[in-house]
Structure formats: C-alpha cells, structure tokens
Design a protein around this ligand. Structure first.
Ligand code: SAM
Length: 257
C-alpha cells in the first residue's frame, strides 16, 4: 500500500543534496511540487533559489509556514496551498520535485504545457522507464511518445525504498527533463495528441483499425482521407512500433497536411 497522498519523505540527505545540485538554481525561480516537510525546499533555498512550492496537505502547509517563516517573510519562498493537478502554475524557470507518484503523469504534462528551462524530477522507476522507452521495446506507450516529442529525458539517480520514510514499495528514479521543439513539424498539436492517445487506446490494433476506431474523436472524412494518403506498410503496423516521425506523419495527414 502506498502512503496517503504519496507522502514518502526523503530521509537520505546525500540524495537531497544531489537532487538540489543537479542544476544551478542560484537566483532562479524554482517550482517545487509537493514540498512535504521541506527537506528539498531547504536545500534549494540554501543554494540561492527563489522557491514557489505547491502542497496539497493543509497540515504540511502550516508546518512549512512555521518552519520557513523567515524565508517567506524575505520573499525567497512562497507556499501555495492546493492540488498541483489543478492550481495555475506561477511563472518559473526550473522545476525540482519529488513528485507525488499517483499524479506524476498529469503533473508532467501540465509542466510541459506551461514551459520551463529544465526540470529535475523524481518518479517511480517504472514510470520513468516508460518515459524513455523506445519504439518496439517494453513500456513504450502514449507517455513515451508525448514526452519524447516535447522533451529529452536523462536518468540521473536511482534511489532504493530505504531513502524514504515511510518506505515505498518501489524504487525511484531522478531524471532531468529538458524541453525542446518537436523533432518533426506538427501541423496541429491537439490533433497529434489525439492521434497518439487514440492509437494507444487500441494498442493491439493496426494503425488503420485504430484510426477507424477513433470515431468519437475524429471526423470520418479525415480518417478516410488519411488512410487513402498514408503508405500501406505504415497502416499495417501497431502503434508500439512507430517512430516519432511516423506519428507526426499520421497526425499531419489527419490535419489535412
Ligand atoms: N518533497 C518531499 C520530500 O522529498 O520529502 C515530499 C515528497 S512526497 C513523495 C509527495 C508530496 O506531495 C507530499 O508532501 C504530498 O502531500 C504532496 N502531494 C500529493 N499530491 C499532491 C498534489 N496533487 N498537489 C500537490 N502536492 C501533492
């Protein structure tokens, strides 16, 4: 069983120092999601960051406001009470967080949509492996394709359950995420996201059948036109084997380009 609200607090100070030190945060606006008891917050402030932290648990918000009263008064720390899957993100340059694992996907996509320079984020190991999975390998899916379209992901550190209190049941990875423009031009990013989502929701079907199954998302005429235009050997593939370039090609045909 995982702890309520994914509250596994880092107790390994060496890991905390590494995470806070992977990128230079001095003088930068750093967004931290789920500060918990503030161990990472403290390390970021010590390195000269100006931190905005979003925490869902009101009891922890009170504790943080007490512990960090000086930094809040000096304007180096702002604590936003709320759910990071819902509240508006403030402007920030860098994100550093030991993320709540059950909201990892939603928070990662929200971060990518809001734009940032670089992020150092901790995930459940299996989740992070899916982020970097390549076509035709285990774990490839919507997450891998969407993340790799908009960012590069580099694993930095693996942590065992012993680094946390209470111990989670899984190992964790810290990764660096650096956003970039899509490697292949996308005519319509919304249609690209829909194509990737629909095709992986029918992951055992061929591309042809997957597109035809997306009746609730796509216009029938757009599907017919795209199927007429796309090469037959591509339409016979399954989504798990496609490259980013092939997803872009399908989405651009669906956008009428
Ligand atoms: N950063 C701390 C550390 O490393 O010790 C705590 C990390 S703990 C894995 C996740 C934290 O995220 C908890 O403090 C939890 O209350 C908070 N949290 C869980 N879901 C959240 C959400 N949707 N929005 C904001 N904070 C959330």
């Amino acid at each position: 069983m995982s702890a309520p609200r994914d509250q596994h607090f880092l107790i390994d100070q060496r890991a905390v120092d590494k995470i806070a030190g992977f990128v230079d945060v001095s003088g930068r606006r750093v967004l931290e999601i789920g500060p918990g008891e503030g161990v990472l917050t403290r390390a970021l402030l010590d390195r000269g960051a100006r931190v905005v932290a979003i925490e869902i648990d009101p009891a922890l918000v009170d504790e943080l406001e007490f512990l960090f009263a000086d930094e809040v008064a000096k304007g180096n720390l702002e604590i936003i009470p709320g759910d990071a899957t819902k509240v508006d993100f403030p402007p920030f340059d860098i994100a550093v967080a030991n993320l709540p694992y059950s909201a990892s996907s939603e928070i990662t996509f929200r971060l990518l949509e809001s734009g940032f320079e670089v992020a150092v984020l901790m995930y459940q190991k299996e989740f992070a492996r899916r982020m970097i999975a390549q076509p035709g390998t285990r774990g490839v899916g919507r997450l891998s394709v969407m993340v790799q379209t908009y960012a590069s992901v580099k694993p930095l550190l693996e942590l065992s359950p012993n680094a946390f209190r209470p111990k989670p049941q899984v190992r964790s990875w810290v990764v660096r995420i650096t956003p970039h423009e899509p490697p292949y031009p996308l005519a319509d990013r919304r249609i690209y996201a829909d194509v990737v989502r629909v095709l992986f929701s029918y992951r055992r079907k061929t591309i042809r059948k997957g597109l035809q199954s997306g009746k609730n998302t796509f216009e029938a005429t757009a599907v017919e036109q795209a199927i007429a235009d796309l090469p037959d050997d591509l339409l016979r593939q399954r989504p798990e084997n496609l490259s980013l370039e092939e997803f872009a090609l399908i989405a651009n045909r669906m956008s009428g380009c």
